[in-house]
Design a protein around this ligand. Sequence first.
Ligand SMILES: Cc1ncc(C[n+]2csc(CCOP(=O)(O)OP(=O)(O)O)c2C)c(N)n1
Length: 906
Amino acid sequence: MDPSIPRQVGDPHDPDSDPLETREWVEALDALIQSEGPERATFLLRRLLQHARARRVPLPQVLATPYVNTIGLAEQPPYQGNLEIEARISALVRWNALAMVVRANRASGELGGHIASYASAADLFEVGFNHFFRGGERGDLVYFQPHSAPGVYARAYLEGRLAEEQLDRYRRETGGRGLSSYPHPWLMPRFWQFPTGSMGIGPLFAIYQARFMRYLEHRGLADSAQAADWSSRKVWCFVGDGEMDEPESLAGLSIAAREKLDNLVLVVNCNLQRLDGPVRGNGSIVQELEGLFAGAGWNVIKLLWSSDWDPLFARDVHQWLEKRFLETVDGEFQTYAAADGRFNREHFFNKYPELRELVAHLSDDDIDRLRRGGHDPVKIFSAYWHATRHEGQPTVILAMTKKGYGMGTAGQGRMTTHQQKKLDAGELHAFRDRFALPITDAQCEACEFVRPPRESPEMAYLHARRQKLGGYLPSRSTKAPPLATPEAKSFAKFALEAGGKEMSTTVAFVRMAGALLRDAGVGKRIVPIIADEARTFGMADLFRQIGIYSPTGQLYEPEDSHQLSYYKEARDGQLLEEGINEAGAMASWVAAATSHSAHGVAMLPMYIYYSIFGFQRVGDEIWAAADSRSRGFLFGATAGRTTLSGEGLQHEDGTSHLAASTIPNCRAYDPGLACELAVILEDGMRRMLGAQEDVFYYVTLMNESYPQPSLPEGAREGILRGMHRVREAGKALSAPPGFARKQKVRLLGAGAILQEALAAAELLENDWGVGAEVHSVTSFTELRREAMEVSRRRRLDPPSASGADREETSTWLERQLSQTGEPIVAASDYVSAVADLIRPWIRDPYVALGTDGFGRSDTRAALRRFFEVDRHSIAVAALRALGDARAKDAIERYGIDRKAAPPWAR
Ligand SMILES: Cc1ncc(C[n+]2csc(CCOP(=O)(O)OP(=O)(O)O)c2C)c(N)n1
């Protein structure tokens, strides 16, 4: 085996030049443990190691321990349950999970589903359900391995929480009462709490959830009536060993250790296989993860071998088993899982005479029955028991299992097992016999669901256990008292009555946020989140005003302590300063945005970030946030492709609004004016905290300063619906308005480009005598949504010819841009597809301008010219749309290079 493979931790069977001396040392250690206890032994060993290091003695890797259980037999607590009944319950859950998937795939092969993953995880889940997962409103939070969902459904069925009809509609949801493929709170809002279907998101979200629970506690927001329970609440996260390859799975490791999140237990189901094959065929995933987690500062519990092995270990005084485990790579372990006892004896044990001898008394069947640790409730119980009592560190349990456990030749350890969805009669019989299920051949072949009567010992036990643990789970609650939210005039008077004062929308936001943080109602509930850009957005004053959350407070005097707004860290700090870590910041945001459900405490997260590093960078997390029914604000700052000048290709955002438009419960706004921002914030808070709608807001903010008007009368509705008129045509025309229709255009401007549209209107009127009306588009997405809905209604349920049965309503878009024959030119700081979102509902000539192509660094004016969203390009587009021959003159006059390649081709 390759010596770089981490399984090698120092071989106890290296040639020994002086065995007598070795024995003396070992005996001395034994005597010390005997007389003074293991703590003293630990102390001395540490001292020796320290000394050896100082003397430059080469040492074996310390982050990898032997390939055996971390918890010794002596530290194993007694099992606190009825193993026999639990085995019967777990067999029923296994069966129903398998039957559900097989039935679905008999009905239609296209439905999919997984059997093998849950088959490996079943005991890990069941011990949790019977002994550890606390239910109820302030219970534990469990993030389930997504494709093991069939097992969670099967248990809920036994518990009477799901009906047979629902199991029969696994993955058939469109008709209602179906079960979603993976945990999806959006699809099953009273059942699933946490969406984990996209691998890596589960562990990341779980870590930040555990941290957020501490945050709530330290800020005095944890449910005080349940304070004692609160601090013992746990976050459990089940993850596949293949899933640990996702960077997101590892992303939160160091913060979990740094913040001593001992309320977190991560269970890695090490079945050694992923979808295509072994996770580390030529190495050892367990040893590799041990090193990673231990190095990050976690408490690592290896749960590798079942109680069946204990007598063998006891007799193996020279650790031949350890040696054999260490030299076996995962690819071989997988083969052993797929093979029978005879094969295992021949290939695993018979390699060394000492091991051959060790198992000589066992039959091949006995060898076949030597389970791995993750299939032994006794060892699992012991690992969970220790994990939940461990203090000062998060715990990871590396549980070795067999993929497709119990599926026999149909799947156990097979390379193709992940996708196994059908079993033939023989395989079903074998599964039934393997788990001693009380069903006939006919029931077995029909894959009938089995649920013993409520008064049966199994069901009585199952319910009693859950009642003792506080209730059933998963179960998603929606109970959080609504909050009174402030009116805009209380936190944004300066913006509502701006009267032409210059400021950027970012500056306006920072002022509004400052005021909101002082609001008696929502102030404490706001969770400002920043990924190392507070200074960029002018928010450094918040450091001192509300403090930066740090569970250890501040152990140093900050360099700027003499300043009024110094870098203040505090245990009850309100601001989450995540460092350069958008993925972590987003995970914190989700924890806060779902606190109304997970904790019964509605919070209002406001995460402000470079807009390009949102949907583009952590888009999948935002999608999971939407699935989670998050409520909160995402602020894409320094937004747009031309407004953030000088930062070039990687920083300029031309697409976030396009992505945002695809998320059904995301209300996306690109306000160009501070007063618009005030109205959007006011309404967003009302909808999310007051009306408790499951929506969240994406709002872009710009760093360009320009004169801000006061809120125009009657503009509120239009701002929220997506557009309102900010300039009437003819303002700059010397002749009174009365010009022919053909000489008028309508300009739509969004975000910072609204200013260009307004300037273009002046050009059109002053230079060409063409009247120009300007609308501020705050949300192309909202306009499109309403129009889509009305179109659909018209398509499917048109009003009767007489129109007597229902009054047909027009959309806001149609009312704002009625068919007049006057062309419309729209421009935003995003790709033209954003302005194109409303094209199908526009009856007049429509030109959509945008910032397509790669970003550039340059001044704002140069960038806008480059992308052709500047005032001159808008004016030219308007003249051309009017069919005005003077467009050619305008191109010349404004110095537009009409021969240049389009910006998206440069
Ligand atoms: C981000 C992402 N990529 C890919 C998948 C598809 N997928 C689902 S399960 C799976 C294999 C999982 O292997 P592992 O984590 O080892 O779990 P096991 O099924 O072996 O328990 C893959 C690739 C996914 N769900 N999410």
